[in-house]
Design a protein around this ligand. Structure first.
Ligand code: PMP
Length: 368
């Protein structure tokens, strides 16, 4: 076989975690609590099913390459011009496109670690140089470290806030400090995949409002995968500082990257605000309950603005991961130096969360 590019040969595969099918087969358990991928346990609005069935008849036609109907509805909801939106086959599609458009071999990308895997994987695949800014102990963003990392302006600054996997977010004043030092040479990619969960919280800034005052280029990434429960249909979007950025993205995007069913599903999901609100409320309530129980177990937990919790135990994360799998519970173990005792667990339904908490307490007892 012909050899792949050196950057690709040196890459590690993205850890997408195990599927319920794999865990069921490997451990012989039938009741799986899949809490490793920050999915929404309640599923999408019932209006989504109706919209999809109506659209199936047109499956022989290519989708609208510009997502016109979804674009107009979303522009109104978000409060931006339709030309400021770009769409992806999930927001991960947009991350890949952004890297291909803006990062060249030898360019520098600043990111916050621990990070969402694709924030480093795609830049590395292109030969970009990663300048990581580690989170502070306790899970806070290191704003001084970030400011320092920008003294020599990178091509791109990309991080998630609220952070995946940590769950914490940059504050309004930290964001202001960051924006003050950015130059037009740096594209800010602000990944707000968990926006809806954080948005009602008093400590969470109006990122879009702050960015809208900014003269340097930026893009905010959001997704229908989490709060809208459409992870299986793959729709993400970006809000860009100017239509010129959208135009560049359009040049490298595959023309029909958001399929027909995904477009109608996202539109229907967007219109069912009651369903969204109910899911958010239950998730946030459950998150506080799980967090409290983990605290009672004397574990270190980072306060979270998202639909997951990042916590530390005495066990190696891989060992705990395996132990939980044998109880049918899937979580995401962290492997990088400094985080080998840290695990991320998504907030599922009440029943799934109970299955996780019971399995965790058995696993930790067995080890002590
Ligand atoms: N960004 C972050 C921070 C995420 O956590 C995820 C999904 N786990 C994504 C992007 C990608 O989401 P999707 O492609 O489903 O929109």
């Amino acid at each position: 076989t012909p050899l792949a590019r050196r950057e690709v040969r040196e890459l590690e595969n993205y850890n997408a975690g195990l599927s319920s099918e794999q865990v069921g087969k490997r451990f012989g358990v039938s009741k799986i609590a899949k809490l490793g991928s920050n999915e929404n346990p309640y599923g999408p609005s019932s209006k989504v099913a109706a919209a999809i069935s109506n659209a199936i008849i047109d499956s022989g036609l290519y989708p609208d390459a510009y997502c016109e109907l979804l674009r107009d509805a979303l522009a109104e909801r978000v409060g931006v011009a339709p030309e400021q939106l770009v769409f992806g086959n999930g927001s991960e599609d947009l991350i890949a496109i952004l890297c291909r458009v803006f990062l060249d071999h030898g360019d520098t990308l600043v990111t916050v670690t621990p990070a969402f895997g694709l924030h480093t994987l795609y830049p590395q695949s292109l030969g970009a140089h990663i300048r990581p800014v580690p989170m502070l102990e306790g899970g806070h963003f290191d704003i001084d470290g970030l400011l320092e990392s920008l003294i020599e302006p990178p091509c791109m600054l990309m991080f998630s806030s609220p952070s995946n996997p940590v769950g914490s977010a940059l504050s309004a004043s930290q964001l202001e400090q960051l924006l003050a030092v950015l130059t037009p040479a740096t594209l800010l990619v602000f990944d707000e995949a968990y926006y809806e969960y954080a948005q009602g919280s008093l400590d969470y800034p109006d990122v879009l409002a702050q960015l809208s005052q900014q003269q340097t280029p930026w893009i905010v990434l959001r997704t229908f995968s989490k709060a809208y429960a459409l992870a299986g249909l793959r729709v993400g979007y970006g809000i860009v500082s100017s239509p010129a950025i959208a135009d560049l993205i359009d040049r490298l995007r595959t023309p029909f990257n958001v399929n027909r069913l995904a477009q109608v599903a996202a539109l229907a999901a967007l219109q069912d605000e009651a369903h969204l609100k109910a899911g958010l409320e239950t998730t946030l309530r459950e998150r506080e309950r799980v967090n409290k129980t983990l605290n009672e177990m004397q574990l270190t937990v980072v306060p979270s603005l998202t639909n997951f919790l990042f916590f530390k135990t005495d066990q190696a994360s891989e060992t705990l991961h395996e132990a939980l799998l044998s109880h049918g519970v899937i979580v995401k173990p962290w492997r990088e130096p400094g985080y080998r005792h840290w695990v991320r667990v998504s907030i599922g339904s009440r029943e799934q969360n109970d299955q996780f908490l019971t399995a965790l307490s058995v696993a930790l007892q067995n080890s002590s």
